[in-house]
Write a protein that binds this ligand. Sequence first.
Ligand SMILES: NC(=O)c1ccc[n+]([C@@H]2O[C@H](COP(=O)([O-])OP(=O)(O)OC[C@H]3O[C@@H](n4cnc5c(N)ncnc54)[C@H](OP(=O)(O)O)[C@@H]3O)[C@@H](O)[C@H]2O)c1
Length: 311
Amino acid sequence: MATPSSSPDTLLILGAGYTGKELTRQALHSDYRIIATSRDDDTLQWLEQQGAVAVRWSVGDDPQLWARYLGESTALVYSIPTLFRDYQPATNGTLPRHIQPVDEVIELCRQEKVSRFIYLSSSSVYGDHGGEWIDETADLAPTSPVGKMRADIEHFLLDQNVDFPINIARLVGIYGPGRTLLKYIQSGRYTLVDDGSRVSNRIHVHDIARAILTLVERGPDEHRVFNFTDGHPQPSRDLVNFVCHKADIDLPPEESLEEYARRRNDPNAIARRKNSVRLLNDRLRNELNFSLVYPDVFAGYDAIFEQRDRP
Ligand SMILES: NC(=O)c1ccc[n+]([C@@H]2O[C@H](COP(=O)([O-])OP(=O)(O)OC[C@H]3O[C@@H](n4cnc5c(N)ncnc54)[C@H](OP(=O)(O)O)[C@@H]3O)[C@@H](O)[C@H]2O)c1
């Protein structure tokens, strides 16, 4: 069972991608020591420039490259996606291949100790709930290979009998500076599926990083799952209209879900456009006493546009 954690002064971020970099910025600002991994030259250079310890590491490389920074004053944030697109169950009593990288990290944390283990998961674990409002207690019924892998990893983590709390953050659609619907529409790859009536759950990257730091600082002393979402899901059409109007660009082309499915032929992409849930964030707000800077996607995009328009 998990026992109360000590207060960490170090963050070890496995996978300093879009979220990991924002977390790095905020955590350095709060005087944490940051150790972060990437496989990308530019990211490694950026991390060093910020004052983080940058570690070039890919799953399968020697984990001692970062494991030497583990200890009771280190919180670990696992921000690496599932490494496979298709689901393969376990064979011959071994762990499924999608759990193995997480298992390796947990084993090192067990040996070297950490103050907390935070796993960035995804709302794809819920599957389709017909647009109902749900919280973290809802049934997990993933319909996509990635959602099934995430659900397996979550079960595996929540079953761990370790001396530190494991928290799972179920992330929804991440947006923020440099990762916007505007970019997507302008790339010509975005289509409005089925009239854009399906709601989507979103969260600004700035709030994700703040919420992770809140978990690090005052998360529960037991294993616990949290939805990381702004709690104000919106029909895709409303956001698309908002963005196109603000940027003064044409609306994207439309297509039916059937056309989209035929064209993409990717069960993960299709599930993202098909499944419908409205996600509550009461646990995040009430248990962690967390308030969002960007309470809905319109507030978030307003801020991004303001930044963009600044001379
Ligand atoms: N984007 C979304 O809307 C969304 C929604 C729900 C959940 N999530 C999940 O939330 C987490 C953070 O999302 P994000 O958008 O910030 O992710 P991201 O920008 O794609 O960053 C992922 C990080 O994982 C690292 N990584 C990938 N494969 C790796 C491998 N084989 N070995 C070592 N490192 C590897 C990447 O390394 P490099 O730095 O070398 O590229 C990168 O640093 C991810 O797990 C993502 O799947 C995302």
